[in-house]
Write a protein that binds this ligand. Sequence first.
Ligand SMILES: C[S@@+](CC[C@H](N)C(=O)[O-])C[C@H]1O[C@@H](n2cnc3c(N)ncnc32)[C@H](O)[C@@H]1O
Length: 169
Amino acid sequence: MAPDGDATELDVSRLIGALVIALKPDYVIETGAYRGDTTEIIGHALAFLGRGRLLSVEIDETRAAVVRQRVSGLPVTVVTGKAEDVMPDSPVDMLFVDSALDARMREVRAFRPYALPRCVILAHDSALPTYEPGVSEFFASMTAAVDDGIVQPWMRLPTPRGLAITRYR
Ligand SMILES: C[S@@+](CC[C@H](N)C(=O)[O-])C[C@H]1O[C@@H](n2cnc3c(N)ncnc32)[C@H](O)[C@@H]1O
């Protein structure tokens, strides 16, 4: 159900939107906006709640500009940059890491100082086949984040491409 191979599956984006409605985060960060499919759904979830903001970080300025237009009027800010270098201006209580596979766990580590105890972390693509480039290394980085005491063991939801959930330790 993905619009293309790089976009999140629509059903998974909707699941993330449902989690936003249930968890009611005040400050969500998404790394990697791409076309903005999940960005827009999170934005609508926050608008429905009438509270909370989303910061989406996209390294590609052209993509970021398109997404900015797409989420106009929603409580969403889209910034251009390398996500792990962004300093949040508020405590974070939901983090969706969906940028380059090799950057995602660096982002999880980088945002830890800004995370509230209630922060929920979502990592996409946790069930990709390991013959695809970078996937084994991504899984190893997820395991290392647990072994290093950064996050609790991942709950890997068996959607076709995988969505993993955890919390900081
Ligand atoms: C898998 S797509 C994101 C899909 C999107 N989150 C969704 O739900 O449809 C990955 C995106 O991350 C961006 N990206 C790659 N490395 C990044 C980084 N270090 N920081 C921010 N964005 C990055 C890419 O340009 C690409 O648009």
